[in-house]
Ligand binder design. Sequence first.
Ligand code: T3D
Length: 264
Amino acid sequence: MLESDTILSAFADGVLTLTLNRPDKLNAFNEEMHLALRAGFQRAHQDASVRALLLTGAGRGFCAGQDLGDRDPRKDGTAPDLGRTIELFYNPLIRLIRTLEKPVVCAVNGVAAGAGANLALACDITLAARSAQFIQAFARIGLVPDSGGTWSLPRLLGEARAKALAMTGEPLDAETAASWGLIWKMVDDAALLDEAKDLAMKLAAGPTMGLGMTKRAIQAAATNSLDEQLELERDLQREAGRSADYAEGVVAFLEKRKPEFKGQ
Ligand code: T3D
Protein backbone atom coordinates (compact mmCIF):
# COMPACT_ATOMS: atom_id res chain seq x y z
CA MET A 1 0.00 0.00 0.00
CA LEU A 2 1.13 3.55 -0.68
CA GLU A 3 2.60 5.07 2.50
CA SER A 4 1.25 8.52 3.22
CA ASP A 5 0.27 10.43 6.35
CA THR A 6 -2.81 11.68 4.53
CA ILE A 7 -4.50 8.28 4.98
CA LEU A 8 -4.17 6.29 8.18
CA SER A 9 -4.59 2.60 7.63
CA ALA A 10 -5.23 -0.08 10.23
CA PHE A 11 -6.17 -3.73 9.84
CA ALA A 12 -7.80 -5.89 12.54
CA ASP A 13 -10.46 -8.61 12.69
CA GLY A 14 -10.90 -8.63 8.92
CA VAL A 15 -11.64 -4.88 8.86
CA LEU A 16 -9.44 -2.45 6.97
CA THR A 17 -9.95 1.00 8.47
CA LEU A 18 -8.97 3.95 6.32
CA THR A 19 -8.96 7.35 7.98
CA LEU A 20 -8.79 10.53 5.92
CA ASN A 21 -6.08 12.49 7.69
CA ARG A 22 -5.71 16.13 6.73
CA PRO A 23 -7.64 17.48 9.73
CA ASP A 24 -6.37 21.08 9.35
CA LYS A 25 -8.12 21.14 5.96
CA LEU A 26 -11.15 19.18 7.13
CA ASN A 27 -9.64 16.25 5.20
CA ALA A 28 -9.99 17.95 1.82
CA PHE A 29 -8.54 15.95 -1.05
CA ASN A 30 -5.15 16.67 -2.54
CA GLU A 31 -3.51 14.33 -5.04
CA GLU A 32 -1.43 12.56 -2.39
CA MET A 33 -4.52 11.73 -0.35
CA HIS A 34 -6.33 10.55 -3.47
CA LEU A 35 -3.53 8.16 -4.37
CA ALA A 36 -3.21 6.83 -0.82
CA LEU A 37 -6.96 6.26 -0.50
CA ARG A 38 -7.01 4.56 -3.88
CA ALA A 39 -4.21 2.25 -2.73
CA GLY A 40 -6.27 1.37 0.35
CA PHE A 41 -9.29 0.40 -1.73
CA GLN A 42 -7.08 -1.51 -4.16
CA ARG A 43 -5.71 -3.50 -1.23
CA ALA A 44 -9.27 -4.27 -0.15
CA HIS A 45 -9.98 -5.56 -3.66
CA GLN A 46 -6.90 -7.79 -3.76
CA ASP A 47 -6.44 -9.03 -0.19
CA ALA A 48 -8.82 -11.85 0.74
CA SER A 49 -8.12 -11.31 4.45
CA VAL A 50 -9.86 -7.92 4.16
CA ARG A 51 -13.55 -8.74 4.56
CA ALA A 52 -14.95 -5.28 5.27
CA LEU A 53 -13.79 -1.72 5.01
CA LEU A 54 -14.41 1.20 7.35
CA LEU A 55 -13.91 4.75 6.10
CA THR A 56 -13.84 7.75 8.43
CA GLY A 57 -12.10 11.08 8.96
CA ALA A 58 -9.66 12.44 11.52
CA GLY A 59 -10.49 15.57 13.52
CA ARG A 60 -13.73 17.53 13.43
CA GLY A 61 -14.59 16.98 9.77
CA PHE A 62 -15.16 13.96 7.56
CA CYS A 63 -14.09 15.47 4.22
CA ALA A 64 -14.48 18.95 2.67
CA GLY A 65 -14.12 17.69 -0.89
CA GLN A 66 -11.45 19.03 -3.21
CA ASP A 67 -8.66 21.07 -1.59
CA LEU A 68 -9.46 24.48 -3.05
CA GLY A 69 -5.99 25.70 -2.17
CA ASP A 70 -4.84 23.60 -5.13
CA ARG A 71 -7.35 25.38 -7.39
CA ASP A 72 -6.47 29.00 -6.67
CA PRO A 73 -7.03 30.85 -9.97
CA ARG A 74 -4.74 33.64 -8.75
CA LYS A 75 -1.76 31.29 -8.85
CA ASP A 76 -2.11 30.34 -12.49
CA GLY A 77 -4.16 32.46 -14.88
CA THR A 78 -5.44 29.50 -16.93
CA ALA A 79 -8.62 27.61 -16.03
CA PRO A 80 -7.92 24.09 -14.73
CA ASP A 81 -9.23 21.07 -16.61
CA LEU A 82 -11.50 19.71 -13.89
CA GLY A 83 -12.76 17.00 -16.22
CA ARG A 84 -9.25 15.60 -16.13
CA THR A 85 -9.06 15.55 -12.33
CA ILE A 86 -12.48 13.92 -12.15
CA GLU A 87 -11.36 11.30 -14.66
CA LEU A 88 -8.03 10.70 -12.92
CA PHE A 89 -9.04 10.80 -9.28
CA TYR A 90 -12.70 11.05 -8.26
CA ASN A 91 -14.29 8.67 -10.76
CA PRO A 92 -11.81 5.83 -10.18
CA LEU A 93 -12.35 6.15 -6.42
CA ILE A 94 -16.12 5.89 -6.66
CA ARG A 95 -15.81 2.94 -9.05
CA LEU A 96 -13.42 1.18 -6.66
CA ILE A 97 -15.95 1.51 -3.85
CA ARG A 98 -18.96 0.42 -5.89
CA THR A 99 -17.21 -2.58 -7.45
CA LEU A 100 -15.63 -3.82 -4.22
CA GLU A 101 -17.60 -6.98 -3.43
CA LYS A 102 -17.15 -6.47 0.29
CA PRO A 103 -19.11 -4.20 2.64
CA VAL A 104 -17.89 -0.60 2.91
CA VAL A 105 -19.03 1.15 6.09
CA CYS A 106 -18.64 4.91 6.33
CA ALA A 107 -18.56 6.80 9.63
CA VAL A 108 -19.17 10.47 8.87
CA ASN A 109 -17.62 12.07 11.93
CA GLY A 110 -18.27 15.70 10.97
CA VAL A 111 -18.97 17.91 8.00
CA ALA A 112 -19.02 16.15 4.61
CA ALA A 113 -18.93 18.70 1.79
CA GLY A 114 -18.62 18.58 -1.98
CA ALA A 115 -16.97 15.39 -3.13
CA GLY A 116 -16.64 14.49 0.56
CA ALA A 117 -20.43 14.27 0.88
CA ASN A 118 -20.77 12.15 -2.23
CA LEU A 119 -17.90 9.91 -1.19
CA ALA A 120 -19.90 9.08 1.95
CA LEU A 121 -22.99 8.37 -0.18
CA ALA A 122 -21.03 5.97 -2.41
CA CYS A 123 -20.33 3.68 0.55
CA ASP A 124 -22.64 0.78 1.34
CA ILE A 125 -23.69 1.62 4.90
CA THR A 126 -23.23 5.19 6.05
CA LEU A 127 -23.57 6.28 9.65
CA ALA A 128 -23.16 9.89 10.72
CA ALA A 129 -22.44 11.66 13.98
CA ARG A 130 -25.30 13.79 15.29
CA SER A 131 -23.12 16.87 14.64
CA ALA A 132 -22.33 15.93 11.02
CA GLN A 133 -23.68 17.82 8.05
CA PHE A 134 -23.93 16.96 4.37
CA ILE A 135 -23.29 19.88 2.03
CA GLN A 136 -23.48 19.83 -1.76
CA ALA A 137 -20.99 22.69 -1.71
CA PHE A 138 -20.48 22.66 -5.49
CA ALA A 139 -23.21 25.25 -6.13
CA ARG A 140 -21.41 27.68 -3.83
CA ILE A 141 -18.41 27.76 -6.19
CA GLY A 142 -20.09 27.33 -9.56
CA LEU A 143 -19.55 23.59 -9.98
CA VAL A 144 -21.75 20.57 -10.54
CA PRO A 145 -22.07 17.74 -7.99
CA ASP A 146 -19.55 15.02 -8.83
CA SER A 147 -18.33 11.75 -7.36
CA GLY A 148 -21.69 10.23 -8.27
CA GLY A 149 -23.78 12.88 -6.48
CA THR A 150 -26.12 13.53 -9.40
CA TRP A 151 -26.68 9.75 -9.53
CA SER A 152 -27.03 8.92 -5.86
CA LEU A 153 -28.98 11.96 -4.63
CA PRO A 154 -32.08 11.53 -6.85
CA ARG A 155 -32.03 7.76 -6.28
CA LEU A 156 -31.84 8.09 -2.51
CA LEU A 157 -33.99 11.19 -2.05
CA GLY A 158 -36.03 11.77 -5.20
CA GLU A 159 -35.63 14.62 -7.65
CA ALA A 160 -37.18 17.40 -5.57
CA ARG A 161 -34.85 17.03 -2.59
CA ALA A 162 -31.87 16.21 -4.78
CA LYS A 163 -32.28 19.39 -6.81
CA ALA A 164 -32.88 21.58 -3.78
CA LEU A 165 -29.78 20.30 -1.98
CA ALA A 166 -27.62 20.51 -5.08
CA MET A 167 -28.81 23.94 -6.19
CA THR A 168 -28.88 25.69 -2.82
CA GLY A 169 -25.79 24.09 -1.25
CA GLU A 170 -27.67 24.23 2.05
CA PRO A 171 -26.35 21.94 4.78
CA LEU A 172 -28.42 18.88 5.64
CA ASP A 173 -28.09 17.78 9.26
CA ALA A 174 -27.46 14.13 10.09
CA GLU A 175 -30.83 13.59 11.72
CA THR A 176 -32.68 14.78 8.63
CA ALA A 177 -30.29 12.84 6.38
CA ALA A 178 -31.21 9.67 8.27
CA SER A 179 -34.94 10.40 8.31
CA TRP A 180 -34.88 11.08 4.55
CA GLY A 181 -33.05 7.82 3.86
CA LEU A 182 -29.85 9.46 2.63
CA ILE A 183 -27.85 7.46 5.17
CA TRP A 184 -28.39 4.37 7.32
CA LYS A 185 -28.48 6.10 10.69
CA MET A 186 -27.41 8.93 12.94
CA VAL A 187 -25.42 8.11 16.08
CA ASP A 188 -24.37 10.29 19.03
CA ASP A 189 -20.93 11.74 18.34
CA ALA A 190 -19.18 9.86 21.17
CA ALA A 191 -20.63 6.52 20.06
CA LEU A 192 -20.07 6.86 16.30
CA LEU A 193 -16.72 5.18 15.86
CA ASP A 194 -17.45 2.28 18.23
CA GLU A 195 -20.78 1.63 16.56
CA ALA A 196 -19.26 1.80 13.08
CA LYS A 197 -16.41 -0.50 14.11
CA ASP A 198 -18.82 -3.02 15.65
CA LEU A 199 -20.85 -3.01 12.47
CA ALA A 200 -17.77 -3.42 10.25
CA MET A 201 -16.50 -6.29 12.44
CA LYS A 202 -19.87 -8.02 12.31
CA LEU A 203 -19.90 -7.71 8.51
CA ALA A 204 -16.27 -8.91 8.29
CA ALA A 205 -17.28 -12.05 10.16
CA GLY A 206 -20.14 -12.59 7.71
CA PRO A 207 -20.45 -14.62 4.50
CA THR A 208 -18.30 -12.27 2.40
CA MET A 209 -19.16 -13.82 -0.97
CA GLY A 210 -22.88 -13.62 -0.30
CA LEU A 211 -22.62 -10.06 0.99
CA GLY A 212 -20.58 -9.04 -2.03
CA MET A 213 -23.11 -10.54 -4.41
CA THR A 214 -25.94 -8.87 -2.48
CA LYS A 215 -24.20 -5.55 -3.06
CA ARG A 216 -23.83 -6.32 -6.76
CA ALA A 217 -27.51 -7.26 -7.09
CA ILE A 218 -28.86 -4.22 -5.28
CA GLN A 219 -26.68 -1.92 -7.33
CA ALA A 220 -27.73 -3.62 -10.56
CA ALA A 221 -31.39 -2.99 -9.71
CA ALA A 222 -30.89 0.70 -10.53
CA THR A 223 -30.79 -0.10 -14.24
CA ASN A 224 -32.31 -3.60 -14.53
CA SER A 225 -35.90 -4.48 -15.35
CA LEU A 226 -37.68 -6.82 -12.91
CA ASP A 227 -37.08 -9.73 -15.30
CA GLU A 228 -33.39 -8.95 -15.56
CA GLN A 229 -33.16 -8.64 -11.81
CA LEU A 230 -34.95 -11.96 -11.23
CA GLU A 231 -32.48 -13.63 -13.57
CA LEU A 232 -29.54 -12.01 -11.85
CA GLU A 233 -30.85 -13.20 -8.47
CA ARG A 234 -31.14 -16.74 -9.85
CA ASP A 235 -27.55 -16.66 -11.11
CA LEU A 236 -26.13 -15.17 -7.93
CA GLN A 237 -28.09 -17.57 -5.75
CA ARG A 238 -26.68 -20.44 -7.77
CA GLU A 239 -23.19 -19.16 -7.07
CA ALA A 240 -23.93 -18.46 -3.39
CA GLY A 241 -25.37 -21.96 -3.02
CA ARG A 242 -21.99 -23.41 -3.94
CA SER A 243 -20.10 -21.44 -1.30
CA ALA A 244 -18.61 -23.00 1.81
CA ASP A 245 -20.25 -20.26 3.86
CA TYR A 246 -23.72 -21.30 2.70
CA ALA A 247 -23.04 -24.90 3.74
CA GLU A 248 -21.74 -23.68 7.08
CA GLY A 249 -24.77 -21.42 7.54
CA VAL A 250 -27.21 -24.28 7.02
CA VAL A 251 -25.28 -26.76 9.17
CA ALA A 252 -24.93 -24.17 11.96
CA PHE A 253 -28.68 -23.55 11.83
CA LEU A 254 -29.43 -27.27 12.05
CA GLU A 255 -26.93 -27.72 14.88
CA LYS A 256 -28.39 -24.67 16.69
CA ARG A 257 -25.05 -22.84 16.91
CA LYS A 258 -23.54 -19.65 15.53
CA PRO A 259 -22.08 -20.04 12.04
CA GLU A 260 -18.36 -19.57 11.53
CA PHE A 261 -18.10 -18.00 8.13
CA LYS A 262 -14.75 -17.99 6.37
CA GLY A 263 -15.64 -15.64 3.54
CA GLN A 264 -15.45 -18.43 0.96
O1 T3D B 1 -11.28 20.46 -8.48
C1 T3D B 1 -11.57 19.37 -8.98
O2 T3D B 1 -10.71 18.50 -9.20
C2 T3D B 1 -12.99 19.08 -9.28
C3 T3D B 1 -13.60 18.35 -8.16
C4 T3D B 1 -14.29 18.98 -7.21
C5 T3D B 1 -14.83 18.27 -6.05
C6 T3D B 1 -15.26 19.16 -4.93
O3 T3D B 1 -15.31 18.68 -3.82
S1 T3D B 1 -15.66 20.79 -5.23
C7 T3D B 1 -16.15 21.35 -3.62
C8 T3D B 1 -14.97 21.75 -2.79
N1 T3D B 1 -15.32 21.93 -1.40
C9 T3D B 1 -15.93 23.01 -0.95
O4 T3D B 1 -16.32 23.90 -1.67
C10 T3D B 1 -16.10 23.11 0.55
C11 T3D B 1 -15.23 24.23 1.11
N2 T3D B 1 -15.33 24.27 2.55
C12 T3D B 1 -16.35 24.83 3.18
O5 T3D B 1 -17.31 25.31 2.59
C13 T3D B 1 -16.28 24.88 4.66
O6 T3D B 1 -14.96 24.73 5.07
C14 T3D B 1 -17.15 23.80 5.35
C15 T3D B 1 -18.64 24.13 5.17
C16 T3D B 1 -16.86 22.42 4.79
C17 T3D B 1 -16.84 23.78 6.87
O7 T3D B 1 -16.97 25.10 7.37
P1 T3D B 1 -16.38 25.43 8.82
O8 T3D B 1 -16.79 26.84 9.12
O9 T3D B 1 -16.80 24.38 9.78
O10 T3D B 1 -14.79 25.31 8.68
P2 T3D B 1 -13.79 26.33 7.95
O11 T3D B 1 -13.30 27.33 8.93
O12 T3D B 1 -14.38 26.81 6.69
O13 T3D B 1 -12.59 25.32 7.56
C18 T3D B 1 -11.62 24.91 8.52
C19 T3D B 1 -10.28 24.91 7.79
O14 T3D B 1 -10.33 23.96 6.74
C20 T3D B 1 -10.00 26.28 7.16
O15 T3D B 1 -8.60 26.45 7.18
P3 T3D B 1 -7.95 27.56 8.17
O16 T3D B 1 -8.60 28.87 7.87
O17 T3D B 1 -8.27 27.05 9.55
O18 T3D B 1 -6.48 27.50 7.84
C21 T3D B 1 -10.45 26.06 5.74
O19 T3D B 1 -9.81 26.91 4.82
C22 T3D B 1 -10.03 24.61 5.52
N3 T3D B 1 -10.83 24.00 4.44
C23 T3D B 1 -12.10 23.62 4.51
N4 T3D B 1 -12.48 23.12 3.32
C24 T3D B 1 -11.43 23.21 2.52
C25 T3D B 1 -10.37 23.77 3.22
N5 T3D B 1 -9.18 24.00 2.67
C26 T3D B 1 -9.03 23.65 1.35
N6 T3D B 1 -10.01 23.10 0.63
C27 T3D B 1 -11.22 22.86 1.16
N7 T3D B 1 -12.17 22.27 0.43
